[in-house]
Every structure is written in structure tokens, then in C-alpha cells.
Write a protein that binds this ligand. Structure first.
Ligand code: AMP
Length: 275
């Protein structure tokens, strides 16, 4: 496995790859969720590139940029074992210059839900994803459904900017008790972790209601709130949207996404269910 930190070296190494290339962008502290993306990329491409970059421009003032878990040594081993060909670990200075041209998230879809809780977050996400896609020119890039709004916005960017990469959505990986894997789960105390399970439980409850024929979004969201109340410390939002992230009043199976964002202790967690 080749480890690259400079953009010029990444471009040269990538350009020497003649076969198909799969790309998995991450912020590191790799877990089974990331690994599932890497494994899928390994299966579907001749070469696999992974990036590990804690992108400063997608963190808002006061968020956890400084304390975001960094585990370079362990991440390297995980990538090596998973058969990654090229691991890109740039410094912020390698990626960003002064007074840069900026990509802006769309005004509606980029500023509701996650975008309302974290205004400007998706500008930073799209900015870095655009750079990484241009650097790696992958045939396929793998994104988790865990970050549903991010996935939908990246797909939109690829359409709007006529990028040549195919975006591959990947299923959410969970711990056996239901908690969606996240690098931020390490912040949770045992009691917080137990209470955080209400998030996946609320989505499970919603799934059951939909299975039993309930279609009214308000009834489903109310039931979800009931599961979450008293467990999470702050419920930022529960929402039902369609695959384009427009709010829906009726849940049509195959067309809807149910979303939760909540704080447990000081840790902000998101989860969702594609119904
Ligand atoms: P991150 O390192 O948090 O930026 O995540 C990198 C990629 O891994 C993103 O496409 C995430 O959606 C994806 N990812 C993170 N957690 C999970 C999970 N539990 N299951 C599936 N994909 C995930």
C-alpha cells in the first residue's frame, strides 16, 4: 500500500493507474462502517484509493474539529489489511490555499435539517469532495447512507457539475444492539451509549409502523419522538423526506427517508432509515 501526502504525488500515482479506480473518502478513526465501503470498493474495482482527511471547512465554530478522533497508525493497518492500494493522508495546507473559490450547497436542500443545524457544513463537505474527486478521478466513489443528506448533495453536485464519477450509496452498518457506527461514538459514556440506543429504536419502531400499514408521516414522527423522549438530551429534529430531501406528509415505501439528529451528553448523533 502506498501512502501519499502531497497532491502532486497523488495525481501522478492515480494517472499511472490504467484500470478501474474506486475511491472511499473518510475522516479516519476507521470502523466497520468505513470498512464496508472499502470492501465494496475492493470488490468492484481494480484499484482502491482511500483518503483520510479531517476537513476543517466542514466543521463550524465551536464544533469538535480539534478533538475529533485521530488514529493514523491503526487506520493505516486497517487499510493495508483491507487491500487498499493508495492511502491519501494530506495536511490541510496541501488541500487549501488562501482566498479560495468556494462551492456553495444548494440554498434549500443544503440548508434544511443537517444544513439548518450546521449552517455552512455542506459547503465545506462539497468543497472537499469536489477536490478529492478531481484529485482521484475515480470510476466509482462510495458514500454511506448514514450521512443521507451528504450523499444526496454529493449526487447532486456530480449531476450539476457533470462529474464523471458514479456515486455508490452503501448501507448503514450498526453495532449488534442497533447503534449506527460512527467515529463520534467513542465520546459516549456507558450511560450515554445506553440512552443513545433510543435513536435506532425510534427508527425501528417507525419501520414496524410502516410495515403495519401506517402512512401518515405525522403519526410516525410522533411515535419516534415518544421513543426518544427522556432518553436523548436534546432532540434536534425528526423528519420524513423523500429521496430528494423534500419533506413528505405520506410515507411511500421505497420513496422515503426517516431522519433523526439528537444530542446525548455533548455528543451529536445522526441516524436514518431508508423505507
Ligand atoms: P466519515 O469518516 O464520518 O466522514 O465517513 C466517511 C464515509 O463513511 C461516509 O460516506 C459515511 O457516510 C460513511 N459511514 C460512516 N459511518 C457509517 C456507517 N455506520 N455505515 C455505513 N457508512 C458509514
Amino acid at each position: 500500500m502506498r501512502i501519499v501526502r502531497e497532491c502532486a504525488e497523488l495525481i501522478a500515482t492515480r494517472d499511472a493507474m490504467e484500470e478501474s479506480v474506486g475511491f472511499v473518502p473518510t475522516m479516519g478513526a476507521l470502523h466497520e462502517g468505513h470498512l464496508s465501503l472499502i470492501r465494496r470498493a475492493r470488490e468492484e474495482n481494480d484499484r482502491v484509493i482511500v483518503s483520510i482527511f479531517v476537513n476543517p471547512t466542514q466543521f463550524l465554530e465551536g464544533e469538535d474539529l480539534e478533538k475529533y478522533p485521530r488514529k493514523e497508525e491503526a487506520d493505516r493497518k486497517i487499510c493495508e489489511l483491507a487491500g487498499v492500494d493508495l492511502l491519501f493522508m494530506p495536511t490541510p495546507e496541501a488541500i487549501y490555499g488562501a482566498d479560495e473559490l468556494r462551492i456553495e450547497a444548494p440554498k434549500v436542500r443544503g440548508y434544511i435539517l443537517e444544513g439548518a443545524s450546521r449552517p455552512g457544513h455542506f459547503d465545506g463537505v462539497l468543497q472537499v469532495v469536489m477536490k478529492l474527486l478531481n484529485l482521484t478521478r475515480p470510476d466509482r466513489a462510495y458514500f454511506g447512507k448514514k450521512d443521507a443528506q451528504q450523499l444526496v448533495l454529493v449526487e447532486q453536485m456530480v449531476r450539476n457539475y457533470f462529474l464523471r464519477t458514479r456515486i455508490v450509496p452503501c448501507e448503514i452498518v450498526r453495532d449488534p444492539d442497533g447503534l449506527a457506527l460512527s467515529s463520534r461514538n467513542v465520546y459516549l459514556s456507558p450511560d450515554e451509549r445506553r440512552r443513545a440506543l433510543a435513536i435506532s429504536r425510534s427508527l425501528k419502531r417507525a419501520g414496524k409502523l410502516i410495515q403495519s400499514g401506517v402512512r401518515e408521516a405525522s403519526a410516525i414522527l410522533e411515535a419516534m419522538r415518544g421513543v426518544l423522549e427522556g432518553e436523548v438530551d436534546e432532540l434536534e429534529y425528526v423528519a420524513a423526506v423523500d429521496r430528494e430531501f423534500r419533506p413528505v406528509e405520506r410515507i411511500e415505501p421505497g420513496e422515503a427517508i426517516l431522519l433523526v439528529a439528537a444530542r446525548v451528553g455533548t455528543t451529536r448523533l445522526i441516524d436514518n432509515l431508508w423505507v
